[in-house]
Design a protein around this ligand. Structure first.
Ligand code: FAD
Length: 454
């Protein structure tokens, strides 16, 4: 039986980043990464395979940096683990022993088994699987009427990309009042609906799919709760992801109520020398400290870096401080980004807050070509002015501005501090130095805190 110091199961973003970081810290230790699929892909790039990228091969991702650092890779599926004896077995029958084990097994799409007809041909999912996505692209190209179920960021991005093809009728069905409704306040989320409609998508919010109706085993139409029937030769379900933890469960690892593997702030599980990172592992909210269920590459890779630096010995005393859910997307050329608390999550967690808002153009003067309206809202604790969340809508600069907000939240920066920060600006790249949108939003929050104090 071959023995390794460290075995990592999975080669998604969390497996690769854990592997390359930890191997560089521990060049003398032997590392093995086991991945079930020969070919990997950039998960966040999947929607763009359906239009903006010419070919799926432009969206490849693999553990090359890990191999370059001296790690070994085995393409196989881990089927059994004996935690107490520190051994595992693969589908091909290979037995391997390890000193340390990392679960980086990720997540898979939830099958809509509650919808009658979910098993029909041409009812598809968005798994992070190269061959599946390649054949789904072919199906998209040869279909006319596409229905996407779920208007979260994945469903919205996929619908947007499909709608860019001429002569395709795309319908997006979302149960909530607005698309992106989980990550944005209603007045931001409504802009997602508007942008999707502008590119011709039939956006049906506050509605659900009740039945998928077939003909000769193949989907033909979709029946909504409202009674409406929509023609469909392809249905794509994007209703969420579940952690891949069957293997961990079989090995009798402790799971949370969300089905993720229980971990501490250094990503160690309840078992010595066994760790979990990324979508398969427990997350807890930065603001609330409570266990939540966030599956984002921003969280997965931060966890992986922390584990990578601390796997063999505590190298940097930085534990995972909780997920900020920092994320951004672009629909119809308009960026949406959020981090930390938004109004509805703050209210649900009974967090006291005030908001600060500002709207301006993202170039100065705003008459410059390519200028877009930028809208910033920050969520602030009225007790000490700490920034606890934010959401932004606008042009491309939004994608990095949200990272300033994320850093501010993580470092407990207050609005009083942020107003004195020096920000680099340029007419072609940012809002004006005289009214940098984020700083103006802080000033708005300060005035509201002042009002409450009076
Ligand atoms: C379409 C789409 C778009 C997204 N866009 C964004 C975005 O813009 N921003 C963002 O922050 N997040 C985004 N995400 C979420 C992000 O992709 C995930 O959070 C990220 O992939 C998690 O990485 P991971 O390594 O934990 O898991 P995964 O990427 O799921 O990788 C896990 C790997 O483990 C392998 N594996 C599982 N079990 C075994 C086994 N028994 N043996 C061997 N191998 C195994 C799997 O095959 C898989 O390759 C998106 C997700 C999707 C699906």
């Amino acid at each position: 039986m071959k023995a390794y110091d460290v075995v990592i199961i999975g080669a998604g973003p969390s497996g690769i980043i854990t592997g390359v970081t930890a191997k560089k810290q521990n060049p003398d230790k032997s590392f093995l990464m086991i991945k079930e699929d020969e070919q990997g892909l950039v998960p966040c790039g999947i929607p763009y395979v359906f239009h903006d990228l010419d070919d799926i091969s432009q969206n490849k991702m693999g553990p090359a940096p890990f191999v370059k650092a001296g790690g070994e890779v085995l393409v196989d599926r881990v089927t059994d683990i004996d935690i107490s004896n520190k051994t595992l077995c693969t589908e091909a029958g290979t037995e391997i022993s390890f000193s340390k084990l990392v679960f980086a097994t990720g997540s898979s799409p939830i099958l809509p088994t509650f919808i009658k007809g979910y098993h029909l041909e041409n009812v598809e999912l968005i798994p992070k699987n190269y061959n599946y996505i390649a054949s789904l692209k072919d199906k998209i190209l040869s279909s006319t009427n596409v229905v996407v179920i779920g208007g979260g960021f994945i469903g919205a991005e996929v619908a947007e990309q499909i709608a860019k093809h001429d002569f395709k009728k795309v319908t997006l069905v979302e149960i909530q009042d607005h698309c992106l409704g989980q990550a944005f306040s209603p007045d931001f989320a409504i802009l997602a609906d508007e942008n999707l409609r502008k590119i011709g998508i039939n956006v049906l919010t506050g509605n659900t799919v009740e039945e998928l109706i077939g003909n000769n085993g193949k989907v033909q139409s979709v029946k909504l709760k409202s009674g409406e029937i929509i023609e469909a030769d392809l249905v794509i379900s994007a209703i969420g992801y579940k952690p891949n933890t069957d293997l961990a469960k079989k090995a009798e690892m402790q799971l949370t109520k969300h089905g993720t593997i229980r971990v501490d702030k250094f990503m160690q599980t309840d078992e010595d020398d066994v760790y979990a990172v990324g979508d398969c592992s427990q997350t807890f909210g930065f603001i609330t400290g409570r266990t939540d269920n966030i599956m984002l590459a921003s969280t997965a890779t931060a966890e992986a870096r922390i584990l990578g630096y601390n796997l063999c010995k505590i190298g940097i005393l930085r534990s995972f401080s909780g997920t900020l859910s920092v994320f951004s997307t672009e629909l119809n050329g308009h960026a949406f980004a959020s981090a930390g608390a938004i109004e509805q999550t703050a209210e649900a967690a009974r967090v006291d807050y005030v908001t600060g808002s500002f709207t301006d153009m993202d170039r100065h003067p705003g008459s410059l070509p390519g200028a877009k309206k930028i809208r910033v809202r920050i969520i602030v604790s009225p007790r000490n002015g700490e920034i606890i969340g934010g959401e932004i809508y606008g042009g491309k600069s939004v994608g990095e501005m949200i990272n300033i907000i994320a850093l501010a939240i993580q470092k407990y920066v207050t609005v009083y501090e942020l107003v004195s920060f020096q920000v680099g600006t340029h007419p072609l790249l940012t809002t004006a130095p005289t009214k940098y949108a984020l700083i103006k939003a802080c000033e708005d929050a300060i005035s509201k805190i002042d009002c409450r104090e009076k």
